[in-house]
Design a binder for this molecule. Structure first.
Ligand SMILES: [Zn+2]
Ligand SMILES: [Zn+2]
Length: 172
């Protein structure tokens, strides 16, 4: 979704649109991001407020089981026109209050990017099928959520655990 500055000069816009996922390869597929936005000119700057929801198809970071992850979030940004994609760091203004600052180039504001940026921020650090997912056995790759595999257990408390397993391989 693109909005031109000349459109914004006529007044604030309320938009509902879909933004594609373009930068989540390897972590998730799915989308598009369903977004609602209010965008308006504030002097030289553009105020953007919005929220989104998306359904992602991911795999559990521990056991690799496929799962569906619904994510919702919101954003509030003050967009500053910039000549280049990467503004010099001394151009940035940091404030503890008020919306975060971001940038747009030219006379068009491409909204999709900001929503995907926000989604990337909102993603959990670890995507898990369940909080207490047991993951995979480091040795045989078996899914430990389905039950203990037959690999000998490593007991960090006992240096003799390995010996015991060798003598009694089925005892695990
Ligand atoms: Zn899992
Ligand atoms: Zn195993």
């Amino acid at each position: 979704m693109e909005v031109s500055l000349s459109e914004l000069e006529k007044g604030p816009l309320d938009l509902e649109f879909e933004a594609p996922l373009t930068r989540l390869e390897g972590r998730a597929i799915g989308g598009p991001i369903r977004a609602w936005a209010r965008i308006e000119l504030k002097g030289e700057q553009v105020a953007l407020k919005g929220n989104y929801q998306v359904l992602l198809a991911c795999t559990c970071d521990r056991c690799t089981r496929p799962l569906e992850l619904p994510v919702t979030g919101e954003l509030e940004l003050l967009l500053v026109q910039s000549e280049s994609q990467e503004p010099a760091s001394d151009d940035q203004e940091f404030s503890l209050e008020g919306p975060d600052q971001d940038y747009f180039t030219g006379n068009q504001v491409l909204l999709d990017t900001y929503f995907e940026d926000q989604l990337i921020l909102d993603l959990p650090l670890q995507i898990l099928c369940q909080e207490e997912c047991l993951g995979l056995c480091g040795r045989c790759g078996g899914d430990l959520n389905l039950g203990q595999c037959t690999c000998p257990k490593w007991n960090p408390d006992s240096p003799f655990a390995v010996l015991k397993d060798l003598i009694n391989p089925k005892d695990s």
